[in-house]
Ligand binder design. Structure first.
Ligand code: PAF
Length: 285
């Protein structure tokens, strides 16, 4: 398994695969890989002949007060994990390769509506950064298929919309969230949690499940469910950002007659912000 750092090397290798008629898969990551990422690679290997995993901590998607500088960079360990997972090629560009003229003057992709609210409200500019770098990765790799985690539910919705609106010829596959035994969604940011905070972290998934059960039985007082979940999170030592029931496709507040619902949650525990979600498909009442 090779690691390349430049677009020139990447294109030369991928042209070779393309000439052999190989189907190319892409798994975009920011590195510090865990089992959740490796499940994306596994899914990509089922859908493609060769899989490119990109490892790039994208400065454009971090806000001024966020953790860009401290975000873990672990390329050597990531290489070992990807080799064991059967990944074909790593693309690990420097920021100067992706943004040669700097961030300030770089063209940006804005995906309206679905980027707004939830993480988009708390992290202004975040989805613009994600949409821009993912579009560039699509143009650099020109994959047939790309795999993203459902854990970042809003991000996946943003990417699906940009692919549809900009007619990008790539199949986007969502992969289910991988969880620890206690239900906590695997995330690179879990490594920031203190022992005490990690002990509390399962409360988010527990509340998602409790809320999902109530929705599945036909409960339509969403405001009460959301309020109670936020109150419980606060009692458990979290600082809730949002806990909200949305239409699974539009991510707008769910109407009571809708059947495809997703509960989106984000909460700070200590300095670390965790996100998670759970979808509910319910019979119409
Ligand atoms: O989900 C991530 O790790 C990032 O947002 C992504 C999709 C790799 C873009 O930088």
């Amino acid at each position: 398994m090779r690691t390349v750092h430049t677009l020139k090397e990447l294109r030369a290798i991928l042209n070779g695969y393309r000439n052999q008629g190989k189907r190319i898969g892409l798994v975009p990551t920011m590195g510090n890989l865990h089992e959740g990422h490796l499940a994306l690679v596994e899914k990509a290997l089922q859908a493609a002949d060769v899989v490119v995993t990109s490892v790039f901590v994208n400065p454009m998607q971090f806000g001024a007060n966020e953790d860009l500088d401290t975000y873990p960079r672990t390329l050597t360990e990531d290489q070992d994990k990807l080799r064991a997972a059967g990944n074909t090629l790593i693309f690990a560009p420097a920021a100067s390769e992706v943004y040669p003229h700097g961030l300030a003057c770089h063209t940006r992709i804005t995906v309206p509506e679905v980027s707004e609210g939830h993480c988009g409200a708390t992290r202004p500019g975040h989805f613009e950064g994600v949409a821009t770098v993912v579009t560039m990765l699509f143009n650099m790799v020109q994959p047939d298929v790309a795999v993203f985690g459902e854990k970042d539910y809003q991000q996946l919705a943003v990417i699906r919309k940009l692919v549809s609106d900009l007619l990008i010829p790539v199949e986007v596959i969502g992969a289910p969230t991988v969880r620890d035994d206690d239900g906590v969604a695997k995330s690179s940011r879990n490594s920031f949690l203190s022992e005490e905070d990690r002990r509390r972290a399962p409360a988010i998934f527990t509340l998602l499940n409790l809320t999902a059960e109530q929705l599945a039985t036909g409960e339509t007082d969403y405001a009460r469910l959301e309020r109670e979940a936020r109150e419980t999170l606060t009692k458990e030592g979290f600082r809730p950002d949002y806990f909200t029931i949305v239409n699974s496709y539009t991510l707008k507040p769910a109407r009571t007659d809708e059947t495809e619902l997703t509960i989106l949650a984000a909460a700070f525990i200590g300095p670390t912000r965790l996100i998670d979600n759970l979808s509910v498909s319910r019979a119409s009442h």
